[in-house]
Design a binder for this molecule. Structure first.
Ligand SMILES: Nc1ncnc2c1ncn2[C@@H]1O[C@H](COP(=O)(O)OP(=O)(O)O)[C@@H](O)[C@H]1O
Ligand SMILES: [Mg+2]
Length: 279
């Protein structure tokens, strides 16, 4: 076999054995996204692709623009006072900021889970799961099925199936976060954005949520902001490292497969950050 043939066969083998998570089309893409609050530029020229059914971790020190960036991905950014944006966010190939796009519809396809679990505490567990559906006016009749399915996907069903009529406020923080994930799933999003979903949770709940994320990524595309480096390694197929120098807007220093970013980063700043030397 010639060298060229050998190399060719290696390529074929790699393609054959790469997992689905490593392939697939791009579902969501930020193109040259820059962000301002009033006259202050806080993000500069972010280009990131999120392949379908993968998990991407956004990492970087506080204040570098991770939350701001993730909010641009489903048009939550524009709700903040003084917010402005340049660039494009393509969802299934179309700019979500296009003139014909409805932000409410965008947010049904691209859901968000925040740092602090935010269920409606006095509403029942079941009511919480269905609340997004009701608010959005989506008509789906099989409510029992939706409740069981989404709570199962969120890793909470076994813990709550006998008390669906109890108030959500009775649940622990970790359970509330999984309930909120179930609520987000009930509207059948294709993308789930998560901004530090575990930072207010204990280690056991954190691991449950991580399992849930891995399981969900078989069906949907996930973008997660995390300050927990082990978490990024455990859950994310891809990682993007954000950084903002003093008085400069944040930008992406490096992005790639999580194994590369943590095992063999190309930029010294990435190496220092992932090894806990700053941030
Ligand atoms: N609503 C806002 N109004 C004005 N400035 C903001 C607002 N939200 C965030 N910022 C500023 O934008 C920068 C990025 O913040 P943020 O996206 O929250 O960073 P991170 O999530 O990485 O910690 C910070 O300098 C922050 O002060
Ligand atoms: Mg943040």
């Amino acid at each position: 076999m010639s060298t060229a043939e050998f190399e060719q066969s290696v390529v074929v083998l790699e393609e054959e054995f790469s997992t689905p998570a490593q392939r697939g089309p791009v579902e969501l893409e930020a193109r040259d996204v820059s962000v301002w609050f009033n006259t202050r530029k806080v993000l500069e020229g972010v280009n990131l692709q999120f392949p379908k059914n993968t998990v991407t971790a956004l990492i970087g020190p506080s204040g570098c623009g991770k939350s701001t960036f993730i909010r641009t991905l489903n048009r939550l950014h524009e709700l903040l006072p003084g917010a402005a944006l340049a660039g494009e966010v393509l969802y299934e190939g179309e700019d979500i900021y296009g003139p014909t796009k409805d932000p409410v519809h965008i947010r049904l396809n691209i859901g968000m889970v925040f740092q602090k679990p935010n269920p409606f505490p006095s509403m029942t567990i079941r009511g919480n799961v269905l609340s997004g559906l009701k608010l959005s006016g989506m008509k789906r009749s099989n409510h029992d099925e939706i409740v069981e399915q989404t709570l199962t996907s969120a890793g909470l069903w076994n813990e709550v199936k006998d008390r669906l009529g109890h108030a959500a406020g009775e649940l622990s923080g970790g359970q509330q976060q999984r309930l909120v994930i179930a609520r987000a799933l009930a509207v059948q999003p294709h993308v789930l954005l998560m901004d530090e979903p575990c930072s207010a949770l204990d280690p056991a709940s954190t691991l449950k949520i991580e399992e849930t994320i891995r399981e969900l990524s078989k069906e949907i595309t996930i973008v997660i902001v995390t300050h927990n480096m082990q978490q990024a390694v455990r859950v994310a197929d891809y990682t993007a490292f954000f950084l903002a120098a003093e008085n400069e807007p944040g930008h992406v220093v490096e992005q790639g497969r999580t194994t590369e970013i943590f095992g063999n980063p190309q930029d010294q700043r990435t190496l220092d950050y992932v090894n806990g030397r700053f941030g």
